[in-house]
Every structure is written in C-alpha cells, then in structure tokens.
Design a protein around this ligand. Structure first.
Ligand SMILES: [Zn+2]
Length: 187
C-alpha cells in the first residue's frame, strides 16, 4: 500500500499511518527534524552571499566534493579551521576525520589550476575524476588505485597524459558564498 503524504508528497509508512520523510513526519507523534540544508538554501536565495575564493586539494578515494562546475549553485563543505583562524585559506572539506565541516551555499564563478588552466567542471562523484576544461579538453584522473594518474581524451581513446601535475591545488572563485555555518549532526 502506498499513500502519498498530503503535506510533502513523499510516501507514508507501510501501514499508512505517518509520513516517512523525517523533515515532514505528518501523522507522527515525533516533531519533524529541521532540514538545515534547505533552510540554508532559502537563506542564500533570499540574502545572497559575498564573493569568495577557496582552494581544493584532492584527497582522492571519493572523499572530495562530488561536483564543482561553473555556474553551479549548491551547498559546499569547508574545513572549519578557517572560521577559527581567518589567516588560513578557505579550503574545501575532503572528508578526513577533522571535526564537522562548515557548510555554505554558493555559486561557482571559476575554477582554476596552474597547469590545467581554466576549468569548466570537475566530476569527482566516482573513483575516476572527470575534468573538462573551458576549451573542451577532457581529462580523467584515477582516484583510487594510483591517485593522480592522468589520462587525456583523444577522440574515443583515453591515453595516459604526458602532463605531470606537481601540485593538485585548485582555486575556486565564488560569485556569491553565504556565511559558513557549522554542520549539525543531522545535516
Ligand atoms: Zn510528508
């Protein structure tokens, strides 16, 4: 039996008594949890943010921000140290056990790397990261067995690239980034 929730549209529990969505919980005796990501999204859309620059140093193994793309508005995670010491650079969180990250919604304006040059998108959602440059060149980076091993698209082939990357630091500029907020355990 599947009953859609009249409040949020998600499905009710199997016995049709309450909504399964923990941010809604219609019909439940428990109060709904706050969807902090959604709350931050609304605040960002209403109030905007400030231009900001962050660096990303890949940690590989799928621990990196899953997608960086020019024009993309999303919630991004950062190392908390920046908030405590403003002399430190704002740096993308990479999932190491270093405390809860800080979250902020923002819109990416540019992605730069010293050797790749201007980049349009980096898809780090799998264990081979995909990099597409502004000029259309495409690269694939191994992120698991030999992290940093680089392949370059030529037609339908992906031969190993002759480029040697000395420093994997990327610089990401935001046209707008909201104030950073420590993440809650449930968000
Ligand atoms: Zn619901």
């Amino acid at each position: 039996m599947s009953v859609p929730c009249p409040q949020c549209g998600r499905l009710y529990t199997w016995n049709g008594q309450r909504c399964c969505n923990r941010y809604c919980r219609l019909g439940s005796s428990l109060p709904p949890e706050i969807d902090h990501t959604e709350r931050r999204r609304k605040a960002f859309l209403a109030a905007g943010g400030r231009p900001a620059r962050a660096i990303w140093v890949p940690d590989w193994y799928g621990l990196d921000p899953p997608r960086l793309e020019i024009g993309r508005t999303a919630e991004y995670l950062f190392f908390p140290a920046w908030k405590e010491d403003e002399r430190l650079r704002l740096q993308f969180y990479t999932g190491l056990p270093s405390g809860m990250p800080h979250a902020a919604w923002g819109t990416i304006a540019s992605i730069q790397h010293a050797q790749f040059g201007p980049i349009r998108l980096i898809d780090a959602g799998g264990l081979d990261y995909h990099i597409v440059l502004i000029d259309g060149k495409e690269y694939c980076v191994n992120a698991e067995e030999q992290p940093g091993q680089l392949f370059e698209k030529h037609g339908e082939e992906w031969p190993e690239s002759s480029m040697q990357i000395d420093d994997w630091t990327f610089t990401i500029e935001f046209s707008a980034l909201a104030d950073l907020e420590p993440m809650q355990k449930n968000a």
